[in-house]
Design a protein. Sequence first.
Length: 213
Amino acid sequence: MTEARPVVLIIGARGGVGKAQVIQAVLTEPVAVEEAVADTVAHFGAIEVLAHCAGAYTVCKPIRALRAAEWTSFLDADLTGFFHVFAACVRHMHERKKGVIVAVSSIVAQACQPRGGQAAAAKAGLDALVRVVAKEEGRHNIRANAVSIGLTATEMVRTPNAPGARKQPNAGSRARRSAGWASRKRLRASSGFSLRTRQAMSPARCCRSMAAR
């Protein structure tokens, strides 16, 4: 372990957002996560950087159609699992009075698109946890940041039949969506009312917004 080669714990890289050797643990099981973190510290001497890239892919439904099990299972994987890893690493870094945390979030937390309630809630929660720890642990030389990205061309997204993959829209749904945006443009032109567009929530803008906070 040297300054040139820090020990970096990467969670979730095998899903497509980055490539690296990762530990084997079920993130929703706190005991398993604690043991995995402890084993990493015992083997490498420390965890200097946590890069949390893990996430889940979910069904796209309006809130009224979501079942309790669909809501709970997604937040368990996407938010509670993050908390278990996050908290375990923060405890270790707090003892060392040093550490860096980077969590991959999503622009869905700011965009709040229809049929994306689970993802918006989970990533907004992740962003909030990162901000809290940045304030709690900054005095202890621990930096925590989140990077908001858009939809990424991972294997899960590229493979239509993969478990949890989003179905590709058909021609009819694309036409309806285009018609919807056209109607909003007409409304904006006729009333002077400014609607937030997809362009306004670009990944670059979201990253700058996160950095500014």
